[in-house]
Write a new protein. Structure first.
Length: 228
């Protein structure tokens, strides 16, 4: 296969990515029709990690982080590194020194379908990472790959410039051409949820709020008193 580094792919407007990040993963996922979630094994490596930005995709060979270094040469402010490997890997392909380089080039965080190392240091830097594994196993820098190509990361198709949103609930991807519409839907959803929250806080039951009593009846569920 050919190996390429694409310098200037289209990117979602940074303001749109930032605005989607305010809503968080769960709301973004619901707002775009319950699609776009990465698999649940992709977890933040420390509590409170959050990120939103545009995807800078990296395809590496397993156990080789050469292309992560190459990717930083074409990084832009607001990018989130998305790293996948050509075969399954849990090797620690990213650590503190790469995070320092990322920060210097405007990269906001990392989503990696492999392993990371130096977790204590990454947490102290507040550099947000979602990974499949934490593993001290080192890597080499010897094998070609590609940067800014379409990848599949933890089951989700991600293209350069798509929006990544990450928090304690996981990671969601929003296609760049859908970002404005998803933001509008998330805004509307948040308003509706605020009204619902107040009604539930006041004691109204979800059974009545969502009209679920009729559904229980239709499903043949009956109410009985103890001892009947």
């Amino acid at each position: 296969m050919s190996h390429v580094i694409v310098r200037n792919p289209p990117r979602t407007d940074r303001a749109l990515a930032d605005a989607l990040g305010v809503f968080g993963v769960a709301t973004v996922h619901e707002a775009q029709g319950r699609i776009g979630l990465l698999r649940p094994y992709m977890r933040p490596i420390y509590p409170g990690a959050r990120v939103a930005g545009t995807a800078l995709t990296v395809l590496c060979q397993a156990g080789d982080n050469l292309m992560i270094h190459a990717a930083l040469d074409v990084a832009r402010e607001g990018d989130v590194l998305v790293v996948v490997t050509t075969s399954e890997s849990t090797d620690g392909m990213f650590g503190e020194l790469l995070a320092e380089s990322c920060r210097a080039h405007g990269v906001r965080g990392l989503v990696i379908d492999a392993g990371v190392r130096d977790v204590t240091e990454l947490a102290s830097m507040d550099f947000p990472v979602w990974s499949k594994a934490v593993h001290a196993q080192g890597t080499v820098k010897a094998t070609p790959g590609s940067v800014n190509v379409e990848v599949v990361c933890a089951g989700a198709r991600i293209r350069p410039g798509d929006v990544l949103v990450g928090d304690a609930d996981g990671v969601a991807v929003v296609r760049r051409e859908d970002a404005a519409a998803v933001l509008a839907a998330a805004t509307a959803r948040q308003g509706k949820e605020s009204a619902t929250r107040e009604r539930l806080r006041a004691g109204e039951l979800g059974l009545d709020l969502y009209g679920l009593r009729g559904k229980l009846d239709a499903l043949g569920v009956t109410w009985v008193d103890a001892g009947d």
